[in-house]
Design a protein around this ligand. Structure first.
Ligand code: SAH
Length: 245
């Protein structure tokens, strides 16, 4: 990972990737490579599909807005996805885009939109979220594309996560609770961040009634939800996740 060339262009493709695979880029991707990046015959880039690692590909233009990509060699194998789920109340557009990009960069394996009392956005554009996830992965050299669940009501969250998962509950009302996360939970991890309006007291009581819940405090200031996402995932990744060796 450390010796990887992060300056090179990376592109997500849906197609299967293998030695010699000859893939026609879609029109938008071809236009981007040929006319925005001004790449041409013989140029190389990295491609990935979230399943078969990363490949060095050779560009072969076939028109002004069309090209083929030929897989030359695998440069990284597909890593095991992180057992880290990010549960969040959907926010309005720009902040939501930011939040899913950052969660992807922070290495989550799965994202679960959770509808709470004060959630302002209840209808999600899954395609847009996925495009944001892919863009972040392309930029940061992430080979695992996090799964994006359909939204779930807060009361159904434990069922959705299953009983194998330890939930870190970011509770703005108990922001001094940081010291409580000392022992690494044995099972998969999830982080829950609320909407801009925070959690209601009934929701707080409900979450505390679930098993495997740990309060995660994020300091003496109230953070906006998108900031809370980065702060919480940093804490969890650095203490228990793949930053922790
Ligand atoms: N409107 C609420 C704040 C909501 S902040 C209020 O004024 O109290 C949005 C979400 O970010 C919260 O639901 C919580 O999950 C998380 N969050 C923000 N600051 C936090 C903190 N200091 N400790 C723990 N979680 C926090």
């Amino acid at each position: 990972m450390a010796v990887h060339d992060f300056r090179s262009q990376r592109l997500f493709l849906n197609a299967d990737l293998f030695q010699g695979a000859d893939i026609t880029a879609d029109r938008n991707q071809a236009n981007y490579l040929l006319n925005v990046l001004r790449m041409g015959e013989g140029d190389r880039l990295f491609v990935f599909n979230g399943r078969q690692g990363e490949w060095q590909a050779l560009i072969h233009p076939t028109g002004r807005k069309s090209c083929r990509l030929i897989m030359e060699m695998q440069t990284r194998s597909q890593p095991v996805p992180a057992d880290l789920t990010y549960c969040f109340a959907p926010l309005k557009q720009a902040r939501l885009d930011y939040m899913v990009q950052k969660a992807t960069e922070m290495g989550v394996g799965r994202m679960v939109p959770v509808i709470t009392h004060y959630t302002q956005v209840r209808k999600l554009n899954g395609e847009r979220l996925r495009a944001n996830i892919i863009e972040a992965a392309e930029q940061c050299g992430i080979l695992n594309i996090p799964d994006l669940d359909a939204p779930v009501g807060l009361e159904k969250l434990p069922e959705r996560l299953g009983d194998r998962i330890s939930l870190f509950f970011c509770d703005e009302a108990q922001s001094d609770a940081c010291s409580r996360i000392e022992n690494k939970p044995a099972n998969g991890l999830a982080v829950l961040v609320g909407p801009e309006g925070g959690f209601s007291n009934e929701e707080r009581a409900l979450i505390h009634s679930w098993s495997n819940v740990t309060i995660l405090g994020l300091g003496p200031r109230i953070l906006r939800a998108d900031t809370a996402a980065v702060a919480a995932l940093t804490l969890v990744q650095s203490k228990f996740g793949d930053w922790y060796r």
